[in-house]
Design a protein around this ligand. Structure first.
Ligand SMILES: [Zn+2]
Length: 555
């Protein structure tokens, strides 16, 4: 059953202090009788209250305006209420108050102790928050909070929250104590200790708490974590359930490679989509697209080649894959007499060879670009229709627009399904690995231009030739561009340092972050980088040894 609960806006405040062994976070244990997350250790926080938006409260926030707060959260207005909620909930639940007097002096331990009786009254609604702040002449310390995380609870719980996470240094000498009703214990725990205690079954941590703690393990001092949080690019983690390779339900966060595929395939958030990449098992990705993975896993092909069947009553196959009988049979079975066209992104041996068998079985029309005269090409692929850049192939209400994207292969096409803005990328972009650029057919300069080309297209999701669907297409293209240019920079540095090295000498330096068993493959991409530098007049080869062209010689 899909959970139709709308997530409620909420704020959580992660307080950090420096212990003798490193930063410690305040974790409160929820009562076993609590309606939500019973027994779990959580950071202080809770849902936004109407009072958090009241003008009389907002007037008493120091150090941040609503415009600044809203911009940081990426919302139009009202962002400051999250700062208020974080501070208010933290005070109610832990007794620690991030506030200052009207004279700018922060609330110290003695003052916090004196204010403690107000916690219960606030929590019970007997004292309005604005009254409390006005009576005690307090201002909330808005600048103490750094916004650094955004989590939406996965469906399936009694309540769902859309929670903004804030980090703050615990005020000096304020120790705090749990409220004793909803919360039955409070602990200052090192992030790693908390994670290990959870693993031993000693405490309970929910998904967002555990992941947030894991993100903090690397900081040596609380201040470092705060500085990082102030600069952090915050991503929304819409936690999602899916069936893992063993068939059991598992939770995923944004940085997991399955994340965008889960959301694309399961917009209703039923949790029933599978994230197994299993050869021969057809997976319906959306109403128009089904994926069948070929049984050719390997170093260059990841889990195997993805073959996509697109359409409803009549189908176009994109990248039929290698000529493996079992795979051809699987594709024909899913096609069930509806296959009319076969489109190839390029003619490498893991992408196009099954086209011939599918054509002879179905009479399908072959679409793509002929193979160039280079080794490793499927020279048997002869398209009935040759697609050029911008050409549209329309069928049964769907439109596939070809983008010529040379680089990985000179005849490489991507196809944009304009109805849903899914881009079939072939090997222009693959998930889980960077693609090999193998000269002479592979061309690094062309590859970078073809990546830049994607930035000009309105695309929602990438359907690669290998691996899961990839989200945030422009971000991915920019990431790949950065990666290639960083690699190029390493080539330049190595050429400066080494004396006229051979490519074999260069590869161990330039790919020192890549396992030596992959250096043979890396050598091909390295030669693509060198040829790009040569074409730009920045490097040259003599008798198999490479050197930089001095810039004075260029000028
Ligand atoms: Zn390829």
């Amino acid at each position: 059953m899909a959970d139709k609960l709308l997530p409620r806006p909420a704020a959580t405040l992660l307080l950090l202090r420096d212990g003798s062994l490193g930063p410690e976070a305040l974790l409160l244990q929820r009562a076993h009788s609590a309606a939500f997350l019973a027994g779990a250790h959580v950071f202080p926080g809770g849902a936004l209250d109407k009072a958090d938006r009241e003008v009389r409260v907002l007037r008493r926030v120091a150090g941040i305006t609503d415009a600044e707060a809203s911009a940081r959260l990426g919302i139009e207005a009202g962002g400051i209420a999250y700062w208020v909620a974080g501070i208010r909930e933290c005070f109610e639940e832990s007794g620690i108050l991030l506030a200052e007097g009207e004279d700018g002096r922060p609330v110290d331990a003695a003052r916090a102790a004196a204010l403690a009786p107000c916690r219960g009254q606030l929590h019970a609604g007997k004292l309005a928050f604005h009254e409390f702040l006005e009576k005690e002449r307090l201002l909330l310390s808005g600048r103490a909070l750094a916004y650094f995380g955004h989590w939406v609870t996965a469906p399936g719980r009694a309540r769902r929250f859309d929670t903004r996470f804030f980090l703050a240094l615990a005020p000096e000498a304020q120790v705090g104590t749990h409220d004793g009703t909803e919360l039955v214990a409070s602990d200052w725990l090192r992030p790693l200790d908390a994670i290990e205690r959870e693993a031993r079954g000693e405490i309970q941590l929910v998904f967002a708490t555990k992941n947030t703690l894991a993100d903090l393990v690397r900081f040596a001092r609380a201040k470092d974590a705060l500085e990082h949080a102030r600069e952090a690019e915050v991503e929304t983690n819409r936690a999602c359930w899916a069936l893992g390779p063993d068939g059991a339900a598992a939770l995923f966060r944004r940085r997991d490679p399955q994340y965008f595929e889960i959301h694309w395939c399961d917009p209703e958030e039923t949790g029933q989509t599978s994230v197994a990449l299993e050869p021969g098992v057809a997976k319906r990705l959306d109403p128009f697209v089904t994926r069948v993975i070929a049984p050719n896993p390997g170093m260059m092909t990841g889990p195997g080649t993805n073959t996509y069947l697109v359409g409803e009553t009549e189908l176009a196959v994109i990248d039929p894959g290698p000529a493996i009988d079992a795979h051809i049979a699987a594709v024909l079975a899913v096609g069930a007499g509806r296959i009319r066209w076969v489109l190839c992104t390029h003619t490498h041996l893991d992408h196009s060879p099954a086209a011939a068998a599918i054509k002879s079985a179905t009479g399908a029309v072959l679409i793509g670009r002929p193979a160039p005269e280079h080794p490793g090409q499927d020279r048997g692929f002869t398209p009935d229709r040759v697609m050029g850049h911008g050409d549209r192939f329309m069928f049964a209400g769907l439109s596939l627009r070809a983008l010529h994207t040379p680089g990985h292969a000179s005849n490489h096409l991507c196809y944009l399904l304009e109805n849903t803005r899914m881009l079939f990328t072939g090997d222009h972009v693959m998930q889980g690995s960077t693609v090999v650029i193998n000269p002479p057919d592979g061309d690094m300069r062309a590859y970078l231009e073809s990546l830049e080309q994607l930035l000009g297209e309105d695309i929602l999701i990438l359907a690669p030739g290998h691996g899961f669907l990839i989200g945030e297409p422009h971000r991915e293209a920019r990431r790949l561009l950065r990666h290639r240019l960083a690699r190029e920079q390493k080539v330049v540095w190595a050429l400066e340092r080494l004396r006229a090295p051979t490519p074999e000498e260069l590869v161990t330096e330039v790919y020192d972050d890549v396992a030596p068993r992959l250096h043979g493959v890396a050598l091909r991409s390295l030669s693509a980088h060198l040829e790009k530098l040569a074409a730009e007049g920045r490097a040259r080869a003599a008798e198999g040894r490479w050197s930089l062209v001095q810039s004075s010689m260029v000028e």
